[in-house]
Design a protein around this ligand. Structure first.
Ligand code: AP5
Ligand code: MG
Length: 215
């Protein structure tokens, strides 16, 4: 199965993707995670991406598209994948179509998590991530058993550099201007499935599982 998971910053894309990956064994391809890895390794792509991510702006399309093109060619993506945070512009969506067409494959479903801005801001400001395995926590709604330590691997938890109030406001603004128009792009293709993203992580995943089971 080839899936996209969409929604504004903090909607729960990564949290649901972790569960989908465990349950269905698709590779989880998150452009945000790929950029953060490149930043940590200080690669040229990472250094370029950082200058945009720190401001809450999108990394230029040509850089992002090449990153995804390369990732989709890896053997684990042959049988299916879950793309999180890509595409984010109409140009990226058109390019994705072309890449898939070259390989005679297509997207099966686009899951869109619907969450109000007020909730998004609370989620993002309380998010913590494991430095070692990338697992996601929240200081109020998904507390680790030991403060600042990952339940899975005991790694140290940290706060993302772009999870500060000012950058978040811009990320939301950028989302509504550049990414939200993609919802009608995929609705017109009959691929869009809106899901209420304000229930519990488990309840949302149960709904996603039921939908994917029917495809
Ligand atoms: P990216 O990493 O994709 O960030 P984002 O889209 O802003 O989304 P987030 O990762 O912040 O949120 P999420 O929806 O994954 O929520 P999560 O599950 O963590 O991109 C970062 C940056 O990289 C971009 O700003 C851009 O600069 C660049 N970039 C990336 N892709 C790009 C592209 N294609 N083109 C150009 N630039 C690109 O959950 C958030 C918190 O809420 C967590 O603490 C979690 O525990 C909690 N939570 C989740 N679900 C629930 C729930 N149901 N109930 C209660 N709490 C919940
Ligand atoms: Mg994410």
């Amino acid at each position: 199965m080839r899936l996209l998971i969409m929604g504004p910053p903090g909607a729960g894309k990564g949290s649901q993707a972790e569960l989908i990956k465990k349950h269905f064994s698709f590779p989880h391809i998150s452009t945000g995670d790929m950029f953060r890895e490149a930043i940590a390794k200080k690669t040229p792509t990472g250094l370029l991406a950082k200058s945009y991510i720190d401001k809450g702006e999108l990394v230029p399309d040509e850089v992002t598209i090449e990153l995804v093109r390369g990732r989709l060619q890896e053997p684990d993506a042959e049988q299916g994948f879950l793309l999180d945070g890509f595409p984010r512009t109409i140009i990226q969506a058109d390019m994705l179509e072309e890449i898939l067409k070259e390989n005679q494959i297509r997207i099966d479903l686009v899951i869109n998590l619907v969450v109000e801005d007020e909730v998004l801001i609370k989620r993002i400001s309380g998010r913590r991530i494991c430095k070692s395995c990338g697992a996601t926590y929240h200081v109020e709604t998904k507390k680790p058993k030991v403060i600042d330590r990952c339940d899975e691997c005991q790694g140290e938890l940290f706060q993302r550099a772009d999870d500060n109030e000012e950058t978040v406001k811009n990320r939301l603004d950028v989302y509504y201007r550049q990414t939200e128009p993609l919802l009608s792009y995929y609705r017109k293709k009959g691929l869009l499935k809106n899901i209420d993203g304000e229930g519990s992580i488990e309840a949302i995943f149960a709904e996603i599982k039921a939908i994917l089971g029917g495809i």
